[in-house]
Design a binder for this molecule. Structure first.
Ligand code: SAH
Length: 255
C-alpha cells in the first residue's frame, strides 16, 4: 500500500496565515520534512507523533541535498506513510515543489498540493505596498535574484525587464542586490525608480528599507540587510508609509 505526499505551503510566516487544509494535513502527518522558512511559530506546532526531518539544517550546519530530500520523501511514501513536505510561502513559487512533484509522479506516488500564501505578494502587502494598483502597475514580474545577472546565459532577460512597466518582485536577491540594480540601470531603467527591501516579513523583527535603484545598495549595506528578504522595484513602493507595516498583527495582539 502506497502512501501520499502533501506538498504544503506554510504561508509567509506565523500561524495566522497557515491555511486550514495545511493545518489538517500537518496534524495527521506521520512524517514531516520541513524547511526553516516556515519559521519558529509554525515549526513549534508540528505534532510530536510525527517523524520530523529538518531539511534546512542537518547535524549542525549541513543542509540536506535536494536528491536526499526527494529520496527520503519517496522512501517514506513507499512505506505507506502520510508524508508532509512543508515549505515557506507557496510550494510552487521558487520552492522546488515542481521538481518534487515530478519525482513523486515518476514513482507513482499520490501527491496533493496544498497552496500557501506566497511571500512574494504577502510580504509587500503587509508593509502597505500593493504589487498591483490601477494608477501605478498593471503588471507584476516575480523573479529569483539567486542568479548573478552578469553571468553568461542568465535565464533572466535583464534587458526586457529593465524596459518593462509595472512592479518587479525579487526573491532570494539580497546577495546579488548590487549586481541586480546595476544591471537594470545599465539596461536603461530609471535610477530614481523606488525600491523597497523587506526583511523577515510577518516576524516581530520585520524591517523595511526604502531607497531608489541608485542608492538602495548603499542603504541596505548601512542597515546590514540580511536574507530572507523581498525586494520590490516600482512606483507602488511610493505607497509605503513608515510604521504602517504589520498594523494588522499589532492590533491583533493588543486585544
Ligand atoms: N516558496 C516561497 C519562496 C521560497 S524562496 C514563497 O512562496 O514565499 C525563499 C525566499 O522567499 C527568500 O529568500 C525570500 O526572498 C522570500 N521570503 C520567504 N518568506 C519571507 C519572509 N517572511 N520575509 C521576507 N522574505 C521572505
Amino acid at each position: 500500500m502506497s502512501g501520499i505526499v502533501y506538498l504544503v505551503g506554510s504561508g509567509p510566516g506565523g500561524l495566522g496565515l497557515l491555511t486550514f487544509r495545511a493545518r489538517e494535513v500537518i496534524d495527521s502527518a506521520e512524517v514531516i520534512l520541513y524547511d526553516q522558512l516556515p519559521g519558529d511559530e509554525i515549526l513549534a506546532t508540528l505534532p510530536s507523533t510525527a517523524e520530523k526531518i529538518n531539511c534546512g539544517k542537518f547535524g549542525g550546519s549541513h543542509t540536506l541535498k535536494q536528491e536526499e530530500i526527494e529520496s527520503l520523501m519517496v522512501d517514506r511514501a513507499q512505506q505507506g506513510k502520510r508524508v508532509v513536505r512543508l515549505k515557506g510561502g507557496d510550494p510552487f513559487v521558487f520552492g522546488r515543489g515542481g521538481e518534487e512533484m515530478e519525482v513523486l509522479r515518476e514513482h507513482n506516488i499520490a501527491v496533493e498540493v496544498v497552496p500557501g500564501i506566497t511571500s512574494a505578494v504577502a510580504v509587500p502587502g503587509c508593509a502597505g505596498i500593493p504589487v498591483t494598483h490601477r494608477n501605478h502597475a498593471s503588471q507584476v514580474t516575480f523573479l529569483t535574484g539567486h542568479e548573478d545577472p552578469t553571468k553568461e546565459g542568465s535565464a533572466i532577460d535583464w534587458g526586457w525587464l529593465a524596459g518593462s512597466p509595472g512592479t518587479i518582485v525579487i526573491l532570494m536577491g539580497v546577495k546579488n542586490l548590487d549586481m541586480i540594480t546595476r544591471s537594470l540601470i545599465e539596461h536603461g531603467m530609471a535610477s530614481e525608480k523606488p525600491v523597497a527591501v523587506i526583511e523577515r516579513g510577518f516576524r516581530p523583527d520585520q524591517r523595511v528599507t526604502i531607497g531608489t535603484l541608485f542608492d538602495i545598495v548603499e542603504k541596505a549595506r548601512e542597515a546590514g540587510v540580511k536574507p530572507p528578504a523581498i525586494i520590490i522595484i516600482g512606483e507602488v513602493v511610493s505607497l509605503y508609509r513608515d510604521g504602517s507595516e504589520g498594523a494588522w498583527s499589532r492590533s491583533d495582539t493588543q486585544q
